[in-house]
Design a protein. Sequence first.
Length: 292
Amino acid sequence: MFFRIRKNIDFMGPRRTAISLALALVVISLALLMFKGLNLGIDFTGGNLAQIEFSSPVGVAEVREALSAAGQGQAVIQAYSDNGILVRINSFDDSVAQETLSALRSRFGEVNVLRLEKVGPVVGEKLRQQSFVALSIALAGILAYVTLRFRFRFAVVSVAALVHDTIITLGVFSLLGREVSLPFIAAILTIVGYSLNDTIVVLDRVRENWKGLRQKGIIPLINESINQTLSRTINTSLTTFLPVLTLFIWGGPVIANFALALLIGIIVGTFSSIYIAGTILGEWYLKSPERA
């Protein structure tokens, strides 16, 4: 354990301020998604595909460095031989493709362009619909499992925390104009699992302390449960955050957006495990008490 926190911090004291801030961020994120949208990468939009062969062996890192200088650092690069690469560019504009080839020629000399054509998106409309259906089924499964394992209200606040984390992460990417690609989708799924696990740890302690509800009241009980799991929450968040931060800083442009999404998810996921789940559960009980 890196940190052992024994203080009785009043997390639920400012709960209404915290939930108001969270709601404001969700509304702003939804507005950004509606009016600005997301910067969809080539996996979603398609673009130009170039098959190129060099006169001597060239590494993918060298090619990416040359493309970054031409403003195509997010291009998808795949080596199929020592001298051959495939480059997918997030643009249907022929001039952009020619500028990319010129950047490669200025760095490596004359290159042999075997193929230059336009390609469609990897993630089609049907796959998007299937992904939405799969996500809906997964959320329904979480509701059912947590309801059976704990209580229905615990399931609802868990899903609310997941929705909060996902929307804010999407909103930040929309605000920053960062590219959304398949690795970003993987990051979102990772965030969902991370946030759910953290929330369940807190709610499990609430369940264990539930027998003292009548004596303590719901807000002090939630406060006590959060404090009892706080060391675990901080240690888990830090041991996850620091390696991901390292990937973001030094991992290069290929995984930068993936790492950034995880960083945002860790921060908002830790927040939601305490304030979203705890506040909704507490306020729900105060308005409609449940049997202890």
